[in-house]
Write a protein that binds this ligand. Structure first.
Ligand code: ADP
Ligand code: MG
Length: 388
């Protein structure tokens, strides 16, 4: 590695408030690969996207990320004025061993999301080797995640590798029984996972707003609950398939309802799952939480994605807290993915008790579904081409 320049695609897509990093989890998760490369005598050209700008946008500059990264690494991180271009090239070629240059937000270049070959070439010209550590973006075929991987000799970073190993183990070779816990707002995002695990997992536990698509499919009253209509038909199909499969599909047996999506709203515990007119189901009830907790405790492997309720609102955080506590205490191998589920665990100070916290929401779901991730495939294609 001595003296070599390495282009590292990291996932530094962190939340910002007024250009200050409010959660540096993803920056910290990227440190091992950057530190290993520096120890081995490389210099690092680092690139990531941040938010969803349609072009250059000072509000979404990487500068605050570079500052935080510099504090964590204990060095000055050089900030490039753009993603590519003459000035960026000369900064990259001037890097000394161990130095880190952070490129601007990759989405400032319209060619990023189009996987434009010219942008990929310009990026490849900045370095001699490529390392992809951006698992959270590996499900997208963009210039920094896919295009450039075909132009430089490429390697998986430590984080990306561990993510693939952990999630592949859940998908292909879990300790039994395998319990999949799904919640959150969108059924359609998670249907692929249900499809994949029906007939493979021992148990699938469904909470969150997702459950109302199932209840609607069963013909129940859902009141003002958040129901994803596109999900109802699919939920009906899943319920049918579940009947003839060996997998136990558990839906909530009780709920906590509120008048409105608000922490100060009137609340009510429902003994069953029919939601009266004028109310919305905002959390699973205590019996459901206890049942899910018992099943999680017996699992050999647990994968959890999506909160059990509107956990941001204290009156509706109970179900998510119970599941988080059960996952944290479970003797089996525990893997949690999804931005909000991870945030919930962190909020309850339970993140350290989980075996693997995935940094990829969409990417972790797509891997579990059995879909190829372009960012991972491109590395494999490139290494096969290099090694014959
Ligand atoms: P993740 O980021 O973990 O994948 P999602 O993004 O799918 O999870 O869903 C998280 C959101 O789902 C949270 O903002 C939460 O408030 C919301 N949610 C969960 N249950 C309900 C519910 N019963 N009604 C309304 N919103 C809900
Ligand atoms: Mg989310």
């Amino acid at each position: 590695m001595d003296g070599r320049r390495v282009l590292v695609r990291a996932d530094l897509n962190v939340p910002l408030e007024k250009r200050v990093v409010t959660d540096d989890t993803r920056i910290r998760a990227s440190l091992p690969t950057i530190e290993l490369l520096r120890e081995r005598g490389a210099s690092v050209v680092l690139v990531s996207h941040l938010g969803r700008p349609k072009g250059p946008d000072p509000e979404l500059s990487m500068a605050p990320v570079g500052e935080r990264l510099g504090e964590l690494l204990g060095i000055e991180v050089k900030q490039a004025p753009g993603v590519v271009g003459e000035e960026v090239s000369s900064m990259a070629s001037g890097l000394e061993t161990g130095e880190v240059l952070l490129l601007e937000n990759s989405r400032f270049e319209p060619g990023e999301t189009k996987n434009d070959p010219a942008l990929a070439e310009a990026l490849a010209a900045l370095a001699e080797l490529y390392v992809n550590d951006a698992f959270g973006s590996a499900h997208r075929a963009h210039a920094t995640t896919e295009g450039v991987a075909h132009l430089l000799r490429g390697y998986a970073g430590l984080l990306l590798e561990r993510e693939v190993v952990e999630l592949t183990a859940v998908r292909d070779d879990p300790q039994r029984p395998l319990v999949i816990v799904l919640g959150g707002a969108k059924v359609t995002d998670k249907l692929g996972v249900i499809d994949r695990f029906l007939g493979f997992a021992e148990e699938i536990l469904v909470g969150g707003a997702m459950c109302f698509s199932f209840f609607k499919a069963e013909g129940r009253d859902t009141g003002n609950s958040l129901v994803e209509e596109e999900g109802v038909e699919s939920a009906r199909r899943v319920l049918e398939e579940a009947e003839s499969s060996d997998t136990i599909l558990e839906l909530p047996e009780d709920l906590v309802a509120g008048r409105e999506f608000d922490a100060d709203t009137e609340t009510r515990e429902l003994n069953g799952v029919d939601v009266p007119e004028g109310w919305m189901g905002l959390d699973v009830g205590t019996n459901t939480a206890a049942n899910f907790g018992k099943r999680i405790a017996r699992a050999g492997t647990v994968f959890w994605n999506g909160p059990m309720g509107a956990f941001e609102l204290e009156p509706f955080a109970g179900g998510t807290r119970s599941v988080a506590e059960a996952v944290a205490a479970a003797p089996g191998h525990t893997v949690v993915g999804g931005g909000d589920s991870v945030a919930a665990l962190q909020g309850f100070a339970l993140a350290d008790a989980v075996d693997w916290l995935s940094t990829g929401g969409g990417a972790s779901l797509e891997l579990l579904e059995g879909r190829d991730l372009p960012g991972v495939e491109a590395l494999q294609d490139a290494s096969e081409a290099a090694h014959g």
